[in-house]
Design a protein around this ligand. Structure first.
Ligand code: PNS
Length: 160
């Protein structure tokens, strides 16, 4: 059974993430979408909200589970019997950071392979950071994030 983990901040999940998840599911038997708890980013959504948005969207996908993790990604992967880490690559700007992470992770645990999926052209420009900025400034996010995420972004901005 091929198991993979797709880690990230998912603050919030975008259509770019959704596309990578759907394609990653074609490459493995089970995918764990893992929300990292230990990153020093200022988040808009709580961990529970992020997990909930992913779970809600993929409620009908039995081959996907959603979890959060603290500590090293390779330890989470090994403890959950995952042989691969999935990452999406958008612009060249992503490459250096991803290359460093993939190699550091390989050094930490050579049994876990990082697999990169290229972002599809529709989502090449989409990032959680820009999505939050556009939401705060009242822009239209139709087609950029799932509708349920868009509703939550609107609520979040209104409640600020
Ligand atoms: O979506 P992001 O914010 O780019 O995801 C980054 C993430 C969560 C994949 C990365 O920060 C991570 O793996 N954090 C876990 C801690 C860890 O293992 N650090 C060493 C990685 S080389």
């Amino acid at each position: 059974m091929r198991r993979a983990v797709y880690p990230g901040s998912f603050d919030p999940m975008t259509n770019g993430h959704v596309n990578i998840i759907e394609r990653a599911l074609e490459q493995c038997d089970h995918l764990i979408v893992a929300v990292a708890r230990n990153i020093s980013k200022t988040a808009m959504f709580s961990f529970d909200e992020r997990l909930e948005m992913i779970r809600e969207h993929f409620v009908d996908e039995p081959r996907l589970s959603v979890a959060s993790f603290e500590g090293l990604l390779v330890d989470f992967a090994a403890n959950n019997n995952c042989q691969a880490v999935i990452r999406g690559l958008r612009a060249i700007a992503d490459f250096e950071y991803e290359y460093q992470m993939a190699n550091m992770n390989r050094k930490l645990n050579p049994n876990i392979e990082t697999i990169f999926l290229m972002a599809d052209p529709n989502n090449f420009y989409v990032s959680s950071r820009l999505v939050k900025e556009v939401a705060i400034l009242g822009g239209d996010l139709h087609g950029v994030v799932p509708d349920a995420v868009r509703d939550r972004l609107v609520q979040k901005v209104q409640s600020r």
